[in-house]
Design a protein around this ligand. Sequence first.
Ligand SMILES: [Fe+2]
Length: 352
Amino acid sequence: MSSPASNKPAAASAGRAWLRLTREERAQLKRRMGPALFQERLLREDTRELKMGGLFRWCPMRWLNPIARAGLHLTGLWKAGRRNYLDIRVREETFFLPGLPAAFDGFTILHLSDLHFDLDPDFPDALAQTLETIRGRYDVAAFTGDFNNYTVHNSTLAVRLTARLLREHISAPAYGVLGNHDSLRDIPSLEEAGLRILLNESVTLRRGRDTLLLAGIDDPNIFQTHNLRAALSARKPGQPVVLLAHAPSCWREAADQSVDLVLCGHVHGGQICLPNGRTIPWRNWKFPAAVRRGRWCEGTTQGYTTYGAGACGIPIRFFCPPEAVLIHLRQGGKAAFSAGRLPSGGGRQSAA
Ligand SMILES: [Fe+2]
């Protein structure tokens, strides 16, 4: 695979991406999401774009990135951090779902998140190499958002790279949700490339007469334009549900709605952690530490917050390896929950 021509964001003068949507596409997205949430999402995207391209271009964060890069080069940490960033592992996790039909016992989902494809030109090849080692080992692929890094300027590169990934390295039907770095305007291109975006929607996966509902919500964290009730509206009584969400902010709501399994990302496992693997408390998260990474459960709802495959802002990682996750679903009775505690012996991680 050749490297992308450039990983630089296009100039703001390239225009606001929403101009790419045709009238028909706008009408279709509005219908799928509901007029209120559709308008709200676009309004918040535009507000964010204006901030990033306007006065906020003088924001200290804009200056911190090059300073951090220079500091890492000077201290010799840049090479190691970037090596870690490109060393994408395969993790395998098994979840026992009490209501899982027999036909879905052993069903496997490839969970990918936070690719931030336009951050570094070497990332697409690194991810492709990892995915080739697990080709054919999963039944569906699930993307939990943040395809972009340079969100607001122009998402053409990230969408093009996602399309290539789907075409050349994903060996199963693909579904996904958007993250806080993505735009509604990306949806027509992503769907044309074969990635069905679940915009507070669901699809029914079938095996013989048995079914599993795969639902997805819009970003519940930054944009907060999610609607879990709408996403679950097609659920049949007793039907198991796997929910895709960009961030684990929906953990309590998902438990209230008796979702069986939540797959999410957003946190990157901390991206830069301490040598003992603990996260650096450099920001206030809107959700508890227990759901920020790895396996978690709330009531009868289980969840997995992936460390993500890519990185945001700066292409480095420390003590927190990037991952592609194979989620294995198994039939399990009530005993598997053991009063709300997860079954043991689920996870393992291996070098790809
Ligand atoms: Fe992210």
